[in-house]
Design a protein around this ligand. Sequence first.
Ligand SMILES: Cc1cc2nc3c(=O)[nH]c(=O)nc-3n(C[C@H](O)[C@H](O)[C@H](O)COP(=O)(O)OP(=O)(O)OC[C@H]3O[C@@H](n4cnc5c(N)ncnc54)[C@H](O)[C@@H]3O)c2cc1C
Length: 395
Amino acid sequence: MTAAAKHVDDREPIVIVGTGIAGYTVARELRKLDGEAPLVLVTQDDGSFYSKPMLSNALAMKKHPSALATFDAAQMRAQLNADIRVHRRVERLSPNEREIVVNGEPLRYRKLVLATGADPRRLRIEGSGAGDILSINDLGGYATFRQALERCQAVAILGAGLIGCEFANDLSAAGYAVSLIDPASTPLARLLPEALGTVFANALDASGVRLHLARSAASVDRLQAGYRLTFADGGHLDADLVVSAVGLVPRTALAAQAGLAIGQGVCTDAWCRTSAADIYALGDCAEIEGKVQPYVLPIMHAARALARTLHGEPTRVAFPVMPVTVKTPATPAVVVSPERAGEWRIEDMTGAPPHAARAICRHAEDERTIGFALLGAAIEGKAALIQAMTPARGQ
Ligand SMILES: Cc1cc2nc3c(=O)[nH]c(=O)nc-3n(C[C@H](O)[C@H](O)[C@H](O)COP(=O)(O)OP(=O)(O)OC[C@H]3O[C@@H](n4cnc5c(N)ncnc54)[C@H](O)[C@@H]3O)c2cc1C
């Protein structure tokens, strides 16, 4: 930790930067413990509360973008008894002054929480249409995407990770012609062992998604109508819209400029404490004990513990076994990635019912279950596997 910051004043508010799931969940959890402590949330968006995971299955759920926000900023102010400042950008952070600068104005804090999320990763793509490629990482981006879809039939998606696969399945179920492109030889390559990736690819293919695996996009050029995407191998395909879903980069600029320790995200210990006194981080911007976990479940666990810490009861974040669920009706997937080296074994790949499969990752020495991947009907086995893994964690 750096030298303790000066001028601690208990009358100053707890300030949270960001009103995504991370920022709002900390605020909610804190309010369960203390209804009155001065609380300010600052966000560069409009402060609506929405479930970001719904962005990639809203078409199937027949949800209009305007229906995705369940509460606006005014409702959140009332619920949280908090001062929520919307369309305000935090430009600078001064740990020694216990101050942030918001649209040019200083705002002092007693404790500060960074919940600033992540930016979509941008691929290096050439061509006149490269600047038109859409990324969808918030409600505003989703509204733009839905507007663009009104003039579209064919959509090309770059990236066959969780978000790319979910959008591909959602769009094809809604009647769009979808091409899904990834340099890896199977989709969900970071989550699924290869054999299950192949089963998953077959399921997407059967649902109408055209997969272009082991191929990468080199350029996107505007046509008179739509775009021509050219692969590095020289082939090409035409689409009305190109979407990029190639991963996220934690937003660390504020913290980095203030001299906080940065790894892949804003580094924290198991109490969500950054390297600066009284500054905490969680959510997609944070690297808690060496790991960036850009999913809802880890955020919930971190938020609960952090709220207690902010309330004066230092509480370590204890992450249980947290499966990642891929919302692809073509064949849903549930995965717990192993945290250490192990051996994947395919335990069931009957093909009946179709696209169901189960793989277990076992510890190299003692055969303990240290991870699993389930597809289709096999996801029913999730609870038993989580239970089997639970005592093994931390050993
Ligand atoms: C399409 C999609 C589908 C997903 N599906 C799943 C799923 O099925 N399951 C799952 O577990 N996870 C899923 N995720 C991941 C999950 O939604 C995220 O991990 C989570 O929403 C991140 O929340 P956050 O609050 O950390 O960040 P964000 O929601 O990005 O919020 C960041 C906040 O910080 C504010 N901000 C940033 N910088 C500043 C600044 N300088 N000044 C002021 N405000 C600032 C922004 O305005 C925003 O309010 C999905 C993600 C996407 C994009």
